[in-house]
Write a protein that binds this ligand. Structure first.
Ligand SMILES: [Mn+2]
Length: 293
């Protein structure tokens, strides 16, 4: 069955609906098998609507979705570990009558998934993986993190998320998978943009010449990333207006190719332009509030 990988949605439920219709049209009237890279919520206008839609797609259509840093942030806010930022727009989830049920649902999402397209294995992560990891190590680490996230009640989840990531290998894996953009020569990772091109996590990953491909999101300011072995799909649907247009992007790989991650693969990106400059609106509202303060 045709797979479609979808980048960071971040509360853009109208664009998600429009993109799904485009994907249906592109696949002969049938919805493809959906794989979502995480960051379903925050910054955009309708986090709760996106969660409801994705949950329905997972339960009824077999869609796959992993946790992004904005889901972790939402869990942390819901558990009282993090104060809501003025730039957050996911309060609709935490103020919903079934908010605790959403926290329980989110904590059960996987943190990395693997599969096969054509002649190639692939991994889907939200932000990054370590350059040296093979698929087996990624899977072992992801399953260990997921067991920790799901274990016990919400108090146990709070204790896990409150543990500094430097002090716990599972916390370190979770943070890296959901936040990392750069890796230095000593292997230390950071969520910051790399200081040189060499230090982008995927540059160091590519040098290892792994036999699997990676689909990821998280890096809107980098934008669409199409190179052999990699597809970065965060095209900043919520960042419309920040010097570039915002899009929600889906990748429809060639399911019969020996290497579907080979390039070029023209015509395989389906994009839905953002209806509004969502995040710019949030920032402008904040600067307006500052002026009146
Ligand atoms: Mn992200």
């Amino acid at each position: 069955m045709q797979k479609a990988f979808i980048g960071d949605i971040q509360g853009c439920s109208d664009e998600l609906s429009a993109l799904l219709e485009r994907l249906r049209d592109a696949c002969g009237g049938q919805l493809p098998e959906l794989w979502l890279v995480g960051d379903l919520v925050n910054r955009g206008p309708d986090s709760l609507g996106v969660l409801r839609r994705v949950r329905q797609l997972m339960e009824a259509e077999g869609a796959h979705c992993i946790l992004g840093n904005h889901e972790i942030g939402l869990l942390e806010t819901g558990l009282g570990l993090r104060r809501s930022s003025p730039r957050d727009t996911a309060a609709d989830v935490l103020e919903a009558p079934d908010a605790s049920e959403w926290l329980e649902w989110l904590r059960r999402l996987p943190v990395a998934l693997t599969g096969r397209i054509g002649g190639r294995d692939f991994a889907m992560v939200h932000a990054a993986l370590a350059p040296k990891w093979g698929l087996d190590e990624l899977q072992d680490r992801a399953r260990s993190v997921e067991a920790r996230l799901r274990s016990g009640g919400l108090d146990d989840l709070r204790a896990f998320l409150a543990t500094p990531w430097e002090d716990d290998p599972d916390r370190d894996t979770l943070e890296r998978l959901t936040h990392c953009r750069s890796v230095d020569r000593k292997g230390r990772w950071s969520s910051r943009a790399p200081e040189s091109r060499r230090d982008a996590w995927h540059r160091r990953w590519r040098r290892r010449k792994h036999d699997y491909g990676v689909v990821y999101g998280h890096w809107a300011l980098q934008g669409l990333h199409v190179v052999p072995g990699l597809r970065g799909l965060d095209t900043g649907c919520v960042h419309h207006g920040r010097g570039h247009d915002g899009y929600l992007t889906a990748w429809l790989p060639d399911m019969d190719a020996a290497d579907p991650f080979d390039v070029p693969d023209p015509g395989r990106m389906v994009q839905q332009k953002a209806a509004r400059a969502y995040y710019l609106d949030v920032l402008q509202k904040l600067s307006g509030d500052d002026d009146s303060a």
